[in-house]
Design a protein around this ligand. Sequence first.
Ligand code: NAD
Length: 480
Amino acid sequence: IPVEPFDLVIFGGTGDLARRKILPGLYRRFCSGQMGEDSRVIGAARAEMDAEGYRQFVREAIDEFDAGRTCEVGTIDAFLKRLDYVTVDALGKDGWPDLAKLMGEGTGRVRAYYFSVAPSLFGALAERLHTYGIADEDARIVVEKPFGRDEASACALNGVLAEHFDESQIYRIDHYLGKETVQNLMAVRFGNMLFEPLWNSQYVDHIQITVAETVGVGGRGEYYDKSGAMRDMMQNHLMQLLCLIAMEPPAKFDPDAVRDEKLKVIRALDEVEPRDIVRGQYEAEGDKPDYRTHVENPESTTESFIAMKVHLSNWRWAGTPFYLRTGKRLRARTSEIAVVFKETPHSIFGPEAGRHRNILTIRLQPNEGMDLGVTIKEPGPGGMRLVDVPLDMTFADALGPDAEDVPDAYERLIMDVIRGNQTLFMRGDEVEAAWAWTDPIIAGWEKRGDKPEPYESGSSGPEDALALMHRDGRRWREIR
Ligand code: NAD
């Protein structure tokens, strides 16, 4: 379904994120007919360049990150015609009158401003959009992570944006929320009778959330070492997944109803005992350096892995632990949520049938989809032997060729911005609450001088992370 005509300005339009995700994503939406020929995308960054130069830059980005796409409507040239570029200094005056003039040509369209720049520039951009009269009260701004590094800085950032924009205009991106499976999680929970009655501590033994990466810190060493897995992944992505899995059914599928329920989850989080947290740093592997070499800080105590057990103090979840883990240089690139149900209260098949549990697995990557492990009789004449088999719903299989057109997270979220739908974006108070929960944990490590445990690259993380579950008589699911 096509969206309304829009003008999208990408501040940081020559940056890595724009090149890899935003621009190829917009091209795909153009190809599918969702972005019409009457919309414009305007790159705005420091680099001296004209519109033609920017079109060439974007062509190369699409060639590199979206090669071989067949466009159903229009061509790459038709898309490139929709692009423009302005050299702008976020901290000065240069370029702003040009941007104001360009935007003045697009009256009547939805206006959105993507802040794909360092967070230190957010305030300056918001202020100038206002000063130069470029953003009206219907305009939207999209802000990237990291949104602060603690509660105080997140509040300060919210304050700066609030000086010029209403909360209803601010779209804080967490691209995990843009994944098809994440939305499907809500459809499965709230669109079926089957799951919701069982979705509580009476029937659920525990829940595991894993976001595992195979890459190290790459070229982001300096940033990452000041942040670590807790700030970079846990406080935002894993916390958001936890909210969606644990929240109460909202009264309706509307942005504030959903976000109110997510906020209640964050506020119900208990303090975490130090013994329920394991932090790790990856070791060297072959010619790949260890974490400390990678970030050029031989004394670093920043974690590239974190696992923790958390509890929610509310009626639904009291007594059901949530185990969360994320890390770099692990065995496989995989993100999943596993809802592990309790065993049946009594086995009529006797002890030899073994112990079985239903597990609902929600896979975010690879192969977005879900499967539900159910216990059946092993086929054949071997008697009443039980075996667990998956009821598999990989989207690519279930949806056939349509699955290819499932938009990636950034594409979907940008289209939501244009439609004015904030459901999949974090509200200011959610972000602040997540930091308020994170801050004392980090302060505790700093006070005690805790050091992360080294772990083998290509493994599933430090030994102690395995022990975190073993001591509860549980096991992590394999990272594969
Ligand atoms: P980048 O360093 O590759 O690009 C920065 C962009 O900002 C460039 O286009 C540059 O011209 C522009 N810029 C810098 N100073 C400016 C100024 N004074 N005035 C105008 N423009 C200026 O950064 P990136 O990797 O594209 O990241 C952008 C934002 O997105 C950051 O907040 C980052 O944390 C976030 N982010 C990036 C990724 C990623 O994969 N790259 C992922 C998640 C979040």
